[in-house]
Design a protein around this ligand. Structure first.
Ligand SMILES: *[C@@H]1O[C@H](CO)[C@@H](O)[C@H](O)[C@H]1NC(C)=O
Ligand SMILES: *[C@@H]1O[C@H](CO)[C@@H](O)[C@H](O)[C@H]1NC(C)=O
Ligand SMILES: *[C@@H]1O[C@H](CO)[C@@H](O)[C@H](O)[C@H]1NC(C)=O
Ligand SMILES: *[C@@H]1O[C@H](CO)[C@@H](O)[C@H](O)[C@H]1NC(C)=O
Ligand SMILES: *[C@@H]1O[C@H](CO)[C@@H](O)[C@H](O)[C@H]1NC(C)=O
Length: 354
């Protein structure tokens, strides 16, 4: 009987209290959940017009692997789809959308593909602006001058591959345009690191990778190492940068995209981008096609009588040096990134399969 009383009068109410407290904490925490997982309206209805199953070859298709031609095709579609309103004049302005990184996560592909949309204006070459132009006294004018001309309903976009982790950037961007939208495209941090490393020209990639991972480990242990290597490592600690952006920008101004998701389903991601920017939905299905031999998406030339698709060069990126990083180094790197990943998942309110 005593146990029962104890249960009724002490433990049970205590449990209720705990449940309520956790519930409130969860509601409070959900304020830190960002647009990334906002359900896209009618998302389930997105049906690709291609048969998604792999392995089947597309022998009756002409496949062109050429980045320059791909961009020209994108520009063609963009130009064809935009109708200039009577009396509208194009003008230059500071960026409406900033892709703040991260290098080696597909920022280029993202900006290329999104600029198919008639309302999205990306200056082709260069997309990047040197970070030294930001934050200075004349930055507003300098950046405006460098932007492409846009019509009143268009969104101009700029990318800077390292801005996510650069300390002063959120404030500088906010001061330039408080309504700016921010996109970060990220990928599993060690994969990003390897890709970044393998991109460095070196006579002996395996040697460089071993040296570099040694430096990473020293850095993690708090020892002094070369700055550029530390920067490379820090570029993969996405949570640190994102936290700063979210202190400055509203959460509905910030979108985090996972690189693999973007490659696997660019249309779903581009719909999220439309939602972020508040622009009219575009008929992406018409232009994207899955290259079944390579397993990535290409752009379909719609007007051609012959079935033609234009793709990125299939050898974009270089050899994955993963086999060179030994078990001990990998373990250290995993340990280092684990808490950062967890913090990132908490910030965006969803987990990635990393
Ligand atoms: C979603 O689908 C419904 C039914 O087909 C349609 O009425 C509605 O306008 C759609 N919403 C959007 C945002 O496309
Ligand atoms: C897609 O392709 C697979 C394999 O070639 C085939 O079995 C399947 O029926 C196709 N699906 C559709 C909807 O055409
Ligand atoms: C592709 O398919 C065609 C016919 O379906 C076949 O003749 C050809 O050998 C296949 N090519 C490859 C590379 O699998
Ligand atoms: C698209 O339009 C812009 C601006 O009018 C022009 O500079 C560019 O050459 C056009 N691109 C293509 C591929 O026609
Ligand atoms: C590259 O470096 C690795 C590790 O230091 C070494 O084992 C290998 O022999 C080197 N390869 C060449 C071609 O120098």
């Amino acid at each position: 009987m005593d146990t029962f009383k104890k249960y009724c009068f002490f433990i049970f109410p205590f449990c209720i209290f705990v449940i309520i407290a956790f519930g409130l904490a969860a509601i409070k925490d959900s304020n830190y959940v960002y647009l990334d997982f906002t359900p896209i309206q009618n998302e389930t209805k997105t049906s690709l017009k291609v048969n998604e199953s792999f392995g089947e070859n597309q022998t009756d298709w002409k496949i062109i692997y050429d980045e320059v031609k791909l961009r020209t095709e994108i520009e063609n579609i963009h130009n064809r789809s935009y109708i200039i309103k009577d009396g509208d004049k194009c003008r230059k302005d500071v960026p409406d959308l900033m892709i703040v990184g991260v290098a080696k996560c597909g920022t280029r592909e993202l900006i290329d593909f999104m600029s198919i949309h008639p309302w999205i204006i990306a200056k082709n070459n260069p997309y990047q602006i040197n970070s030294k132009y930001f934050g200075g006294k004349n930055s507003y004018k300098i950046i405006t001058d460098k932007m492409p001309c846009k019509y009143h309903d268009q969104i101009n976009v700029l990318k800077a591959d390292a801005f996510l982790t650069q300390y002063s950037k959120p404030e500088e961007l906010y001061n330039m345009n408080p309504n700016m939208k921010i996109i970060a495209i990220i990928r599993e941090p060690i994969a990003r690191l390897k890709s970044h490393l393998s991109f460095r020209p070196s006579a002996n990639v395996s040697k460089t990778v071993i040296e570099t991972t040694d430096r990473f480990i020293k850095f993690i242990k708090g020892k002094r190492t070369s700055k550029s290597y530390n920067k490379m490592l820090l570029l993969s600690t996405y949570d640190v940068g994102l936290e700063r952006y979210l202190k400055v920008f509203r959460r509905d101004q910030v979108l985090v995209i996972e690189s693999t998701e973007f490659m696997k389903n660019p249309i779903t991601v581009l719909k999220k981008v439309e939602h972020l920017l508040g622009i009219e939905p575009f008929n992406w299905d018409k232009y994207f096609i899955l290259n079944k031999q390579k397993g990535f998406y290409c752009i379909r030339k719609v007007k051609k009588v012959m079935k033609t698709m234009v793709c990125y060069n299939s050898n974009r990126g270089r050899k994955d040096p993963s086999e060179i990083i030994d078990a001990e180094h990998m373990e250290r790197l995993c340990d280092y990134f684990k808490p950062h990943n967890e913090n990132l998942f908490r910030l965006i309110g969803r987990r990635f399969d990393w």
